[in-house]
Design a protein around this ligand. Structure first.
Ligand SMILES: Nc1nc2c(c(=O)[nH]1)N[C@H]1C(S)=C(S)[C@@H](COP(=O)(O)O)O[C@H]1N2
Ligand SMILES: [Mo]
Length: 199
């Protein structure tokens, strides 16, 4: 697998590349199915379940505090990319705009195109997680999840939902698309939580 597509981790970066991962050249695209074409016009983002239902427009998101983020990105198929530069809205800031029932312990991320992925609320509401609309100073390309995706740097990248358009707050864990198909329910790269032990 090394060679054309992967580089051996540089010693300098070794402590940033989780076990079983290799540095990718470029920034690969990993999508199950078609890339939905979503424009910011008419774009909607909904919150429901154990939260007061609310719908956000693109302008609502752009009016929230905006930040730059640099984060490492680890795909469970064994490639990693370090120092990806994004711009967007912190999850912790976004949470100030919604009302979540204290009983909510899990979140289902929903997307244009139908992809879902589940995350525990303490993994979701973290200072370093963000909704990104800009990648390396360019509008986030459609194949990387534009106009808006979630980025959760501390978990494998299948939790970083592209074309995200909703959050469903849940009391009990439910499984998203890959989690129903054998991926680990949490997906922590340093612990190599790649596949579910149920399989
Ligand atoms: N909606 C949606 N989000 C998704 C995916 C997908 O297929 N659909 N793939 C996931 C996986 S497995 C990875 S590794 C990353 C890949 O992001 P990239 O294509 O920007 O590299 O997006 C994640 N988010
Ligand atoms: Mo992935």
């Amino acid at each position: 697998m090394l060679g054309k597509f992967f580089q051996k981790p540089d010693p300098e970066f070794k402590d940033r590349v989780p076990p079983g991962q290799h540095l990718a050249k470029g920034f690969p695209v990993l999508t199950y199915g078609q890339t939905p074409q979503v424009s910011t016009e008419g774009w909607e983002f909904k919150v429901w379940g154990l939260a007061t239902p609310k719908t956000f427009t693109w302008n609502d998101f752009m009016a929230m505090p905006q930040h730059e983020f640099t984060a490492d990105f680890h795909c469970v198929t064994t490639w990693s990319k370090l120092d990806v530069k994004w711009r967007g809205v912190k999850v912790t800031d976004f949470m100030n705009y919604i009302e979540v029932d204290p009983k909510a312990a899990h979140v289902m991320e929903h997307c244009y195109g139908g992809y879902t992925t589940n995350i525990a609320i303490e993994d979701f509401v973290r200072e370093e997680n963000f909704f990104a609309h800009t990648l390396f100073d360019e509008p986030l390309p459609a194949d990387h999840g534009g106009p808006l995706r979630l980025v959760v740097p501390h978990l494998y990248a299948w939790k970083s939902a592209k074309w995200i358009n909703g959050l469903e707050f849940l009391e009990q864990m439910e499984l998203g698309f890959w989690e129903r198909n054998g991926y680990h329910q949490r997906g922590e790269p340093w612990a190599e939580e790649r596949y579910s032990s149920r399989w």
